[in-house]
Design a protein around this ligand. Sequence first.
Ligand SMILES: [Zn+2]
Length: 160
Amino acid sequence: MAGSGLPRAIRHEKKRQRLGGRVTCEVCGAHGVERSRTQVLCPECRRMAQGLSPFEWHHPAGRKNDEFAVRIPANDHAALSDAQNDWPTGSMTNPVKNGPPRIAMLWRGHRDMVLHFDDLDEINRDFGSLLEDMDNYVSEFLGEDWWGKFLEMRSQKRKV
Ligand SMILES: [Zn+2]
């Protein structure tokens, strides 16, 4: 979820106040907690208490921008979704579904994951697959040489 419009520090302070100053999970001690009915838990412990997997699907570009998702631990998902609140709202919502804002958000999402995770092997494989799928999709509409045309257009634009 994105677009609170509040700077990160204010967002986190408001959340801390809502949770009565508690910042760690009552079960595992992890940071990034939320209130369940009776406890303050991290997302992973909350899901496990509900009998769910501790994993969730994360949309690196934001769900509204792109359906591509990676399966990651819920605590990491919460941290990365929070980081999306700092992205430009217009590109994040991208109501017309234009390609460049989607790519910009994918890039931001990938950057956030690089900063967040120590081991990105699996995520990088998924991201590679995404780019290959994107190339196949664009090629259907613009032809296989679409990238060369795109680079030529950018080159011409820089000469002006
Ligand atoms: Zn926990």
